[in-house]
Design a protein around this ligand. Sequence first.
Ligand code: FCB
Length: 779
Amino acid sequence: MSATSFPEGFVWGVSTSAFQIEGGTSAGGRGPSIWDVFSADRAEACDHYHRYPEDVRLMKDLGMAAYRFSVSWARVFPDGSGKANQAGLDFYDRLLDEVLGAGITPYATLYHWDLPQSLEDAGGWPSRDTARHFADYAAAVGERLGDRVGTWFTLNEPWVSAFLGYGSGIHAPGRKSAADAFTAAHHLMLAHGLAAQALGDAKVGVVLNISPVMTPGQVADPSRPLSEEDADAVARIDALANRQFLDPMLRGAYPADLLPVIERAAGLDHIRDGDLEVIARPIDLLGVNYYTPLVVQAQPSEPADPAFPGSEGVLFCTVPTAVTAMGWPIVPGCLSRVLQHLATEYPGTDLMVTENGADFVDVVTGEGIHDVERISFIEEHLRALRSAIEAGAPVRGYFVWTLLDNLEWADGYRRKFGLVHVDFATQRRRLKDSALWYRDVVRRNGLTDTRPKRPTLETVAARARVSRATVSRVVNGEASVSSEVRTAVLRAVKELGYVPNAAARSLVTRRTNAVALVVSVPRQGGEALTAAVVQYVTSLLEGAGKQITLMLADTAESRRRIVQHVEARLCDGVVLLPPDRADTLAERLSRTGVPVVLLGKQAIASLVPYVDVDNAGGAAAATQHLIERGRRRIGMICGPMDLVAVQDRLAGHREALRRAGRQPLLALADLTRPSGAAAMRQLLGDEPALDAVFAATDQLAIGALQAARECGRRVPEDLAVVGFDDIDAASATTPALTTVRVPVADQALALARLLLSRLEGRHTTPVVLPTRLVIREST
Ligand code: FCB
């Protein structure tokens, strides 16, 4: 094996799962699964049910040796049990023939989180019967498809099914009970053992999400000794996340330190005599899904996280590293650590990385889809994997998560993990750069000696056909460049994955270790956000060893002093909370060459990275909700149109109306409650048939509620009202206001991480966080 090649016969592939790509949710007699019921998004996904020949051809063209997919239980048993649905099995029959015909080896997962809803209605995973039904399902699938499936994986990430599905409730079926979560976990493992039995002599494995657990200090230095309290915190989370599954399945016993935790929450009656023998039936392969580590430390006052019952006194920390668009810290070295750890602690089992990949914001252009960040993410993880093999870990293969952009569970379609881009309006598939890069890795069974050269200012200038000075002006957000030139330069920068030099240079010349947190006032209605940013940015950056200088940009004089401070290199980076309206501070600061990150998208596109929320998506969801509630004439109260957020909310509203074939009806306001009330009266005057209003902010919506009442309209009977922001007052109005929740703390965290990414010289793209519709009585 040369320095970059992989062992002969190393298995290269991609992974997918049924619910995330198939669609065809009632085709061929499929029954509903818990995800059909739970998911807020339509489940057509990638329509793979109909388009599988095209998808298999894509894999063939990419030279994949293996394909890991999952079988939908509800397709095979629409009610979870009883008589198998032949039409459902036929689909997998066709799929397998296609896959094998393309020379690709199939790896089939039996359960990737999509429990038939009827079984959930009968008690779900906390009920022991579900494990028995799973064994029957495994037997039926094994009998029909076993002649062509070389390797079965019983379960995908049972921790997620049990603890996010029944503990924290952020996944389907959305239940929140520690007792149910532990019981579900046990029954999932029992189901695994029973299914392995039912599959007879076939090759069987299980897929676990193994997350290395460590303190923030150990991320940088794994051998760092721990205090007794921190060691306890690490051990507790490791038991809950990893050993809870590894030990029963591979050693035939629950970890001794976990049993009292289970007993406190759920009792131990559900663990019956003989269960552990079934669960520990030897397996042929352990699939490891690795994305990111769990970073924790002791913190006595901390309440338990519902996804980790028994985690009282443990703080889940954010780590000072670069992150993916999903906010997951990128720590490739941990993949190597995990694999070596498994090889020593659980010897004798072959390992396979069954999922690894990342969500990034891709750059979609006419010529292609450029995703440099995904390429370097996979490359770094493959290097880590290779070093684990060199150290003796028996790792037999690697599967990228995932083939296609798809339906990412509770996060919907906004997450992009695919090697292949999917346009969900047309279902058109297009290869991303990472797909072509991965094809070459597979072809040569390894990486290249040299990493792709980092692009320079010259390369960008050449690609955009402009001078270096122009590139520099655009990079620094100067307003003096025409919008066509700016677009061309920004496109070239993104396509090439260029990291502005200043960030890289600051790595070498860094001498202050200080970060300036600049707050402009007033930010309309943004007090809570500002407070959260100050709190989180400070604690996260201080955790990364930075000193924070808080600076107030409230007068011309103070802004001048801030620019001077940064120009004098008295800080390594700047977090800026600009005011809502046009202001040149961001531009002036970015021209200093010191990395700057912004809260909120700016009116002029520049390379200064920002964190914002999905204003258009939130407004579209709010409008769509009104349409679904049967509202016919929907008006919008807009805030001032020079605010970028208001423009985006209006665009989202219009788009949702357009899709439904409706006409917009607008009234303008400023940002105060009285102006919301005035706009409401105006709308009612213009359109007596008005039966719904979407207001650009909660303040406007509250004014609208008052005016509607004064005009004799009952809310929601005559008129439905939706706001935006979910300020504290929104839940206290009468009736309580339906609104779009903006994630406050998440924005603050994303901002701090973005700055750290820039300080590390990483290529950064804007972070746009999802919003969520909160339905209350006003609709
Ligand atoms: C894993 C899941 C997979 C996908 C990735 C991003 O936990 O197994 O379905 O959601 O995360």
